[in-house]
Design a protein around this ligand. Structure first.
Ligand code: SAH
Length: 445
C-alpha cells in the first residue's frame, strides 16, 4: 500500500504534510514519488492567491482519470481549499474526492482509513494505543535522520482581519498549541537528527495570548533553546503590532535564536495600511526596525508587500517604494493583489488597479530590492560565518548563515547537519559561495 502527497503553499502546509505522511506510515503505507502507483493521494492545498487556487483545481482535475481507472484509490483533499467551514460545494464539484480535511488536520483521513476507529490524532491516548507508538508521529521515514531543518506549527489559524486575506476564513480562529506539545515534538525532532527548528504561526508573535497561564513567544523561545540537539531556532511570521521589546531582548540574548525576522509591512502608505486594516502606520514600522537594529546589530529582516491593493494610487505605491529604499531590508516577498472570495476587500472594494499596472509596480520593487540585497550581501565578502549545512545539490553543499543567507560550498567532505565556519568568496543577490576554512570540526555554540 502506497501513498503520495502533493503540497502547495506555505511552510505550515509542508509541516502538515510531513505529519500526514508519518500518520499514513503508522497505518502501514509507504511513500511513493509516483502518483500513478499510489493507493492514497493527499493534495494539500493553498488559496492565498488565485494562482495557487488555480493550481489546486488543475491538479484535482488531473486525478479524475486515475480514480476512474482505479475506483479503490483514496483521494484526500486537504488544506486551505477545504478550510474549516464545510465543503459541500467542493464535494459537488469534485465527487471523486473521498475525504476532505481542513488545514493541519490528518484526522479525517486517518478516520476514513481506520473506519472511524481513530477520529482525530489530537486524541493522543487512543492514537498511541492504536499505533502502539514508540515514537512521535512527526517525520515520515524518508526524512528521519535526514532532515536538518524542520518546521513546527505553534499557532494554528488566525483571528486578525486583514481585509485582503482569506487565511482566517480557511484556517479558523487563532489557537496556540500547548507548550508541552511543542517542546516534546521538538525533542522528538532532535532525536530524529533535526538541528534547526522554525516555529510557525500566521502571527507567531501572538503565541500564547489565548492561553492564560502559558508562556509568550519570548518564554517559548527560551524553553525551545534548552532542547538538547537543537542548535538553531527561527520563527515566522511576525506582525509589527505584537513585536515588542521583550521579544527583541529574547532574540538578542539567546544565542540559538537566529538574527532573522520575518516582519511584513504589506504597504508603506498609511491610507493603504488603514484600508488593509493592518493596525499600524509606516512610521511605526520604521520605528520597530530601528529598535531591532539597535539591539540586534546584524539582524536580517524580511518583509512582505502587496502591490495594487484596491484604490492604491501611484503616489501611495511610491510611499512603499520609499520605505523599502530607506530601510534596506534583506528580503521582500512581493505579491500582486489578488481578490479572494469572502474577504472584506472583495466585498467592499473594487480591484481597480490594472494587471499591467500591478506588474509595473511589482517589477519596480523587484529591481529596487535586487540592488539593495546585492549591496547587503556584498558586505559578507571575505567574512567568516558559521553555516549550518543541509544537503548536497548538484555537487555543492547548501547551507544557511544565521541571517538566513543561502551559501554553497564545493567539497567532497560530508557536511550534512554540521555548523561549520566558512569564508565567503563570492556574493550575489540570492546566494553566496564559500570555502571551508580548515578540516571540519563542528563548532560549539
Ligand atoms: N500571516 C502572515 C502571512 C499571510 S500569507 C501575515 O500576516 O503577513 C503570506 C503573504 O501573502 C502575506 O503576507 C501577503 O503579503 C500575501 N497575501 C495575502 N493575501 C493576499 C492577496 N489577497 N493578494 C495578494 N497577496 C496576498
Amino acid at each position: 500500500m502506497k501513498y503520495h502527497i502533493w503540497t502547495e503553499g506555505c511552510q505550515m502546509n509542508v509541516a502538515d504534510s510531513q505529519r500526514v505522511g508519518s500518520a499514513l506510515e503508522h497505518l502501514g503505507y509507504t511513500h511513493t514519488a509516483k502518483i500513478e502507483s499510489a493507493d492514497v493521494i493527499v493534495m494539500n492545498t493553498c488559496v492565498v492567491r488565485q494562482s495557487a487556487e488555480d493550481k489546486a483545481y488543475g491538479r484535482l482535475s488531473s486525478l479524475q482519470p486515475l480514480k476512474q481507472k482505479n475506483p479503490a484509490l483514496v483521494i484526500n483533499l486537504m488544506g486551505c481549499l477545504v478550510g474549516v467551514r464545510g465543503h459541500d460545494k467542493l464535494r459537488k464539484r469534485f465527487p471523486y474526492v473521498d475525504v476532505f480535511s481542513p488545514p493541519s488536520d490528518p484526522g479525517p483521513l486517518v478516520s476514513y482509513l481506520t473506519q472511524g476507529e481513530i477520529r482525530s490524532l489530537e486524541d493522543a491516548e487512543t492514537t498511541r494505543r492504536f499505533f502502539a507508538m514508540d515514537e512521535e508521529l512527526i517525520l515520515p521515514v524518508a526524512e528521519r535522520g535526514k532532515l536538518v531543518s524542520a518546521h513546527v506549527p505553534i499557532v494554528y489559524g488566525c483571528s486578525h482581519a486583514c481585509t485582503y486575506c482569506i487565511i482566517p476564513y480557511r484556517r479558523g480562529i487563532e489557537r496556540s498549541r500547548p507548550v508541552g506539545d511543542i517542546v516534546s515534538e521538538i525533542r522528538a525532532l532532535a532525536a530524529q537528527g533535526v538541528k534547526e527548528v522554525t516555529l510557525l504561526g500566521q502571527i507567531v508573535d501572538r503565541y500564547g495570548t489565548d492561553v492564560p497561564d502559558g508562556p509568550n513567544l519570548a518564554g517559548l523561545l527560551r524553553l525551545v533553546c534548552e532542547v538538547d540537539g537543537i542548535e538553531r531556532v527561527r520563527f515566522l511570521t511576525s506582525h509589527p503590532n505584537y513585536f515588542g521589546n521583550e521579544l527583541i531582548d529574547a532574540i538578542a540574548s539567546l544565542p540559538k535564536v537566529m538574527p532573522h525576522i520575518e516582519l511584513p509591512i504589506q504597504a508603506g502608505d498609511d491610507t493603504v495600511l488603514e484600508n488593509m486594516k493592518r493596525g499600524y502606520t509606516q512610521q511605526a514600522y520604521r520605528d520597530i526596525v530601528a529598535q531591532i537594529r539597535s539591539k540586534i546589530p546584524d539582524c536580517s529582516i524580511a518583509t512582505d508587500i502587496i502591490v495594487g491593493f484596491p484604490g492604491e494610487t501611484d503616489e501611495q505605491f511610491m510611499q512603499t517604494y520609499q520605505v523599502l529604499a530607506d530601510l534596506k531590508l534583506d528580503v521582500a516577498h512581493l505579491a500582486r493583489y489578488s481578490m479572494r472570495e469572502g474577504t472584506v476587500a472583495t466585498r467592499r472594494m473594487s480591484d481597480d488597479v490594472t494587471d499591467t499596472e500591478k506588474m509595473r509596480r511589482f517589477r519596480l520593487l523587484e529591481d529596487l530590492q535586487e540592488q539593495i540585497v546585492t549591496e547587503i550581501n556584498a558586505r559578507y565578502q571575505g567574512q567568516t560565518v558559521p553555516v549550518l549545512f543541509e544537503e548536497k545539490v548538484k555537487g555543492r553543499w547548501r547551507g544557511r548563515t544565521p541571517t538566513n543567507k543561502l551559501v554553497f560550498v564545493e567539497t567532497t567532505e560530508n557536511l550534512k547537519g554540521l555548523t561549520v565556519p566558512v569564508q565567503i568568496t563570492w556574493t550575489g543577490p540570492w546566494s553566496m559561495q564559500a570555502n571551508l576554512l580548515q578540516q571540519i570540526a563542528p563548532i560549539q555554540l
